[in-house]
Design a binder for this molecule. Structure first.
Ligand code: FAD
Length: 663
């Protein structure tokens, strides 16, 4: 009896209906039959099986590319089979390897249903006890009846701010969500004006606005914090609740694309407003109001009207700061209040900051052994997520067909620009560069660096992510079909405080100054008007400058031939060159006249961390302040930011007594 999980079931491309089919095909039934050693595949009832994960594996070492499945088998659905079959099934145990019994108590739903279920259980318990502790209940419902609801402000409507708001609203707080940018509808128009008329709205662009930095993005939902962790599953199921397609729960490399993110965000906004969350778009938090070492509110102004200097003061019991890492003004504001900001590499390497290093070590050892406010395991993992270092680099773009043929050889004809049987090809490359590998070994930087591809966007386009017209930085986005002619990815090299110091940037904001320096150099190289400086990979390797025969670029605001090999300090350029040669061995054709480097990619992760308690999420230097998400240094992508915001929401709820025993 029970559920058995069958993994690594490989179905050939000919026998599979294709990447968009997530049911149980005849080809899959045949592989299941082989795995459980059942003689006649066609006798197996498809309803006994559910697909848990489907990935496409085209690694070179395989004889042929395959779809690889993980499937759950419900043994109770097999009871009507003839006795011989039952014997086969009951004999599964000895064949364990690809087969595993699943007694797991998994998260059964999205965050809303988890909280609702807990409220119901809590309501029934309190009803039995006759009501207690400031909660009044009638059967199956739950209501906070303390003297007044805690007033919480969430600053920033990126994934971390949205998930913190959702949890707090569900748990009964009085939530105000403040966002300097515009709702997605207006933000879409502002981005349109940028792409067509080169008008950069300083407060509504690729970084600022509803949904945060990831809204006009590739919407990749892959995360380094444990795909199968229950926190990640709860976030993914919540995305489905708000309109993401169910296949993100199954696809080995889930992604949404901008076209799906926009309606999802609209649904989430309506849900929050329905719960009484007051959402203030076009409103920028400029300062914190602090009394007796405790934050008691925020000063805000109209972000669209720069003439309006009169700041409004708003009082709150707690401030959740979820502003992302492009809100550089906020870092300066925090410093003016003596709030600790530490460079990322210091956060991890310094033994003096033991809470973070300790938790990271614990997380590495055993995710599930850490307990978070006595939550059951599904909210336990990933209380701290940290990126060890910063990186800078360039964005490389190839024709997508070239990447398809490098990755899939003859199968590349099956891609059909996102409409075919197999997914549009991506890649992930990484190399380790020691000082000796570079022609110009650095004397000041670290002894070794890593160089890797990051945020690869198959079938995507290069976009402008500057928030200031004197700076130029780029990133990648795509639509759900990934149908464009191009494949782009950041190629970045790790840098550290030593690199910042070598350019005479010191102090907690040295990493930001370092980013800004190269963003300014890139703007100058491009010649202004958001024109991006570019160079073919071959010219970059040879240190050549050719103005003619540039391959086309997906970047819509224009490109200009430039000497990108002179943009960074020589040891960074050398590390990039060395790595590109290594990557070409792995992906022959990576070095090509058709491959175009774009400058610069600087905002891959936050160079700063705002220290906070690993238990309460409260800032270590200011009571009542809760720094979360990427800008605070605790996330590095859409999903990890959402997970961090969700955990912070629970931490703040607990602090104000909104917490339920059952959660
Ligand atoms: P953000 O998403 O940056 O949100 C912060 C919000 O705070 C913003 O909306 C901002 O307007 C608001 N804000 C800032 N300052 C203030 C203030 N003073 N007052 C009021 N509001 C303020 N990640 C992935 O996982 N997959 C991808 O495919 C992917 N693609 C990307 C593509 C692009 C073009 C970009 C720019 C990023 C991409 N990322 C991707 C990264 C991802 O978007 C971020 O890691 C994630 O959005 C961080 O979430 P966050 O909530 O911490 O901050």
């Amino acid at each position: 009896d029970g559920i058995w999980r069958l993994s690594k079931l490989a179905v050939s491309v000919q026998n599979d209906p294709g990447k968009d089919f997530l049911g149980v095909s005849d080809g899959l039934l045949q592989e299941i039959a082989k795995a459980i050693k059942f003689p006649v595949a066609s006798m197996l009832p498809p309803e006994a099986f559910s697909v848990i994960r489907k990935s496409f594996d085209a690694r070179k070492m395989l004889k042929e590319a395959k779809f690889v499945y993980t499937v759950d088998m419900d043994v109770s659905e097999l009871i009507n089979l003839e006795p011989r079959t039952i014997d086969f099934i009951s004999d599964l145990e000895p064949r364990v390897g690809l087969i595993e019994h699943m007694p797991l108590e998994r998260v059964s739903g999205d965050i809303i249903s988890i909280i609702q279920d807990c409220k119901k259980v809590e309501g029934e318990r309190l009803l039995k006890e006759g009501g207690a502790n400031g909660y009044s209940c009638n059967a199956g419902t739950y209501k906070y009846t303390g003297s007044r609801k805690p007033k919480i402000v969430v600053v920033g409507s990126g994934p971390s701010g949205l998930f913190a708001s959702l949890v707090l609203a569900e748990l009964g707080a009085d939530v105000t969500l403040i966002e300097r940018g515009q709702p997605v509808e207006q933000r879409g128009r502002d981005i349109g004006a940028l792409m067509v008329r080169r008008v950069l709205e300083l407060e509504s662009n690729f970084c600022f606005g509803e949904g945060g930095a990831g809204t006009w993005s590739d919407g990749k939902l892959v995360t380094r914090i444990g795909r199968n962790s229950d926190s990640v599953l709860a976030v993914m199921k919540t995305l489905v609740h708000f309109g993401a397609p169910g296949n993100i729960l199954i696809d080995g490399k889930p992604h949404l694309g901008t076209d799906r993110l926009v309606p999802l965000l609209r649904n989430l906004r309506q849900n929050l407003q329905g719960q009484g969350v007051s959402i203030k778009f076009g409103t920028r938090v400029d300062d914190l109001i602090i009394e007796d070492g405790h934050v008691v509110g925020v000063k805000v102004s109209d972000s669209r009207d720069q003439q309006k200097l009169d700041c409004h003061k708003l009082g709150f019991d707690a401030v959740i700061l979820a502003v992302g890492h492009s809100a550089r003004d906020i870092y300066h504001m925090l410093l003016s209040h003596d709030i600790d900001l530490i460079p990322k590499d210091f956060a991890v390497s310094s033994e003096s900051f033991s809470p973070i290093s300790r938790v990271i070590k614990e997380l590495d050892n055993d995710w599930s052994s850490i307990h978070f406010f006595g939550l059951p395991n599904y909210f336990v993992q990933n209380t701290i997520y940290s990126w060890y270092i910063k990186e800078v680099g360039l964005r490389i773009e190839h024709p997508q067909e070239l990447i398809n043929s490098v990755q899939y050889s003859s199968l590349s004809t099956e891609v059909h620009r996102g409409r075919g049987k197999i997914p549009v090809a991506d890649y992930k490359v990484a190399s380790y560069v020691s000082r000796e590998d570079g022609k110009t070994p650095s004397t000041s930087g670290p002894t070794s660096r890593s160089c890797y591809s990051f945020c690869m966007c198959p079938g995507g386009q290069v976009v402008l992510t500057s928030t200031d017209p004197s700076e130029l930085c780029i990133n990648g986005m795509s639509f759900s079909r990934r149908a464009s002619k191009w494949a782009n990815a950041a190629l970045v090299v790790t840098v550290s405080t030593q690199d910042f110091n070598s350019l005479d940037f010191h102090g907690p904001l040295a990493g930001i100054d370092f980013q800004r320096e190269f963003e300014r150099r890139a703007a100058v190289m491009g010649g202004g008007d958001f024109v991006v400086p570019v160079q073919t990979v071959t010219d970059f390797l040879d240190g050549k400058f050719s103005v003619t025969s540039l391959p086309p670029s997906s970047y819509r605001l224009g490109v200009k031939a430039a000497k990108l090999h002179e943009l960074f300090p020589m040891h960074i350029t050398d590390a990039l060159r060395h790595s590109v040669s290594v990557f070409d061995k792995e992906l022959p054709g990576f070095i090509s006249n058709e491959a175009l480097l774009h400058g610069v990619e600087t905002r891959t992760s936050s160079p700063i961390q705002i220290p906070r308690s690993s238990d309460t999420y409260e800032s270590l230097s200011l009571k009542g302040l809760y720094p979360v998400g990427e800008g605070a240094g605790y996330a590095g992508g859409i999903v990890s930011a959402a997970v961090d915001g969700m955990h912070a929401g629970f931490a703040v709820a607990k602090r104000f007594g909104l917490f339920l025993d059952g959660i």
